[in-house]
Design a protein around this ligand. Sequence first.
Ligand SMILES: Cc1cc2nc3c(=O)[nH]c(=O)nc-3n(C[C@H](O)[C@H](O)[C@H](O)COP(=O)(O)O)c2cc1C
Length: 177
Amino acid sequence: MKITVITGSPHRKGTSALLADEFIRGAKEAGHEVYRFDAAFEELHPCLGCDKCGMGSAPCVWKDGMEKLNPHMADADMVVLVTPLYYFTVSAQLKTVIDRFYANTYKFTGGKKSILMATAFDSNEWTMQALTGYYKTLAGYMQWEDAGMILAAGCGSRSGIEHSEFPQKAYDMGKNL
Ligand SMILES: Cc1cc2nc3c(=O)[nH]c(=O)nc-3n(C[C@H](O)[C@H](O)[C@H](O)COP(=O)(O)O)c2cc1C
């Protein structure tokens, strides 16, 4: 399978990066082809809503990191979204990428599976509620088949997540796709 992993944290060695690392390690060991796009370390601009793209009939006016990602989104059999929880949803870094799907919505729609992996400091029963609602709505709209979620609540620090079961779960998810 061709897998595109998009991360949204500004911490290269943070909690969600560990989930991405472990998922990718498992997926590669299982023979999958993985492309990783770390949104926080790319030059990216938010969608202007100018509609020059006509949702896919013309290129986006921005020439930036999305040009690298777009072919890997179009080709992917699976899209993996990895994010720290920021005010109950995806980080702005990841949301910027998702909004920029607009210029290629039809190319990215259908025929894909998707996974969500997230970390958060809090561990209330509702901590991930808005995020999972958003993810399910997005996957439904994009006609992606949800292949699972890893919701690492109560993991606000690297040492905390390293001592949790979530890195192993991320590895297993990649290995057992
Ligand atoms: C701007 C910002 C917003 C945050 N919002 C939440 C939140 O709504 N709920 C929560 O539990 N943790 C929140 N956190 C904590 C992070 O989700 C948490 O520390 C996470 O482990 C960071 O992931 P990272 O190490 O991959 O960057 C927030 C952190 C920041 C910087």
